[in-house]
Design a protein around this ligand. Structure first.
Ligand code: SF4
Length: 479
């Protein structure tokens, strides 16, 4: 449950029990030279307690740095004279020592409101923390920033930021974030621009609400910003729990009702013809941006293409995949990686290897073709299990939202053998659990097969190779 942080006096969740704990130190770094090790605690820097990892980075770049570190229960003080551009090499276990700042919004499409109880705890954190935006690419709305936050962003050049814009029409933005402060989005972006902060923008698209003319307006308004690095539009997701809430007429956002009289926002999924209209509209803007900015600049979530049975755009369309962390272009990235892996791998080198790739329905046909090519080149005998999302509803069709129970239900009587390869987007790096809080190890135990999270086909090939090597080592040892 959110509480007020004693450090920052802001509403936060997930306050770490001990702050400033170092989780890793890079070899050859200044921290390693000073003898700082994982498990140590950074107590203060230049006499001040720290709020987060960014605070440390900023203050530790001065020419004179004095800081205290707790090492095996003893506080050691270091006074250093530095060049001012040091590689400290410190990773903190919890990068924000005062917890994770939570949002003050009520978006009508909020995914967190659409999930049932009993899932992975971190899923319920309604984070809207500008520090996570810079550190991990989390999208923020900027509606919970006060003047002190803004001054800190400007002073410490906290960049790049990732901003959930949704629409630039002030009334519509207010409705889409469920917060009157949402109206000033263009002023907020202009302030980032003046401060020299780079940023990416995201638009969660609700059919008939912020597409069409509103999308044209948003793209026109956003195109004025020089510091804006990319824009991505993704279709809204609606789980079966979200649909149930709607059918019970739970008001997902009162603000929506208040600020758009006569135009009540109703959140629903895209139909194929509506998705196609968005793709065509996007292509017009992309052609313009290629002339004006020399890049595609405005990208659509893969769902739009896959939903319309269109091929996903080629790799050069994606400008180096600026929003891949958010899944934009991930299908092309997967296919590109497969091409590279095939070029680098000797034909037949994985002959006889078995395993199953489990994926969701949207990517299913693409994955089946990809695995056929993988097998034809390497000699492996992988198969694909396309898994329907029974947990959130079958309309939720992306692999990252499959749960452990979905995998177990689909694969329990699946005839394949060898490891089951799943998307690493299904699994929390920190807890190694799936969305329904089932540990990967438990899914593996219940299936009687290793379950291996992978990002790309080259990860699958690497895992197969390491199994072949391990087998031949055992055979040699027993010979
Ligand atoms: S910003 Fe909106 S979508 Fe994100 S957690 Fe808050 S209410 Fe939900």
């Amino acid at each position: 449950m959110p509480v007020v942080s004693p450090l920052s006096h802001r509403r936060v969740d997930l306050i770490p029990s001990t702050t400033g704990i170092v989780s890793a130190v890079a070899p050859g770094s200044l921290a390693a030279e000073l003898g700082i090790a994982a498990g140590d605690r950074i107590v203060s820097i230049n006499g001040n307690p720290l709020l987060d990892a960014i605070d440390f980075q900023f203050n530790a770049q001065s020419e004179q740095v004095s800081f205290e570190v707790e090492h095996q229960g003893i506080i050691v003080r270091h006074d250093l004279e530095l060049e001012g551009d040091e590689f400290w090499g410190i990773t903190f276990g919890d990068p924000t020592f005062d917890g994770v700042r939570i949002c003050e919004n009520a978006c009508p499409f909020c995914f967190i409101k659409q999930i049932p109880k009993g899932m992975r705890k971190s899923l319920y954190v309604m984070d809207d923390d500008f520090r996570y935006s810079m550190l991990y690419g989390a999208f923020v709305t900027l509606t919970n920033l006060d003047e002190a936050d803004w001054q800190r962003i400007e002073r410490e050049k906290i960049s790049p930021m990732h901003v959930s814009v949704h629409a630039t029409n002030p009334e519509l933005r207010v409705a889409l974030v469920g917060n009157p402060k949402g109206a000033q989005v263009l002023e907020d972006l202009a302030r980032l621009e003046r401060a020299g902060i780079d940023f990416h923008a995201q638009l969660v698209m609700v059919p008939g609400v912020n597409d069409g003319d509103e999308l044209d307006r948003s793209l026109e308004d956003l195109s004025q910003f020089k510091r804006l690095l990319s824009i991505a539009a993704v279709p809204v997701g609606l789980t079966r729990y979200g649909l149930e809430r709607q059918s019970k007429q739970v008001r997902l956002s009162r603000t929506c009702m208040r600020t758009l009289p006569g135009k009540q926002i109703s959140v629903r999924r895209y139909e194929k013809d509506e998705a196609l209209a968005v793709v065509e509209q996007a292509e017009r803007w992309q052609a313009r941006f290629r002339v004006e900015r020399g890049e595609t600049f405005f990208h659509l979530g893969d769902e739009y293409y896959l939903m319309c049975d269109l091929p996903v755009p080629t790799a050069d369309h994606y400008d180096g995949y600026p929003q891949i962390e958010d899944g934009i272009g991930i299908t092309r990235h997967l296919l590109e990686n497969l091409d590279g892996m095939i070029r680098r791998t000797r034909p037949g080198s994985l002959a006889g290897a078995t395993g199953t790739i489990a994926c969701a329905t949207l990517i299913g046909p693409t994955m089946i073709e990809a695995v056929d090519r993988f097998n034809a080149h390497t000699g492996a005998e992988l198969d694909v299990a396309v898994v329907e999302n029974q947990f959130f509803g079958t309309e939720i069709n992306v692999s990252g939202l499959l749960t452990g129970e979905d995998l177990i239900a689909r694969l329990s009587d699946h005839p394949g053998n060898g490891p089951v390869y799943i998307s690493n987007r299904m699994v929390s790096d920190r807890t190694h659990t799936l969305l329904d809080d089932l540990p990967v190890s438990e899914v593996s135990e219940r299936l009687g097969r290793d379950v291996v999270p992978c990002g790309l086909m080259s990860d699958v090939a690497r895992d197969i190779r390491s199994r072949i090597r391990a087998r031949s080592t055992i055979l040699m040892a027993s010979a």
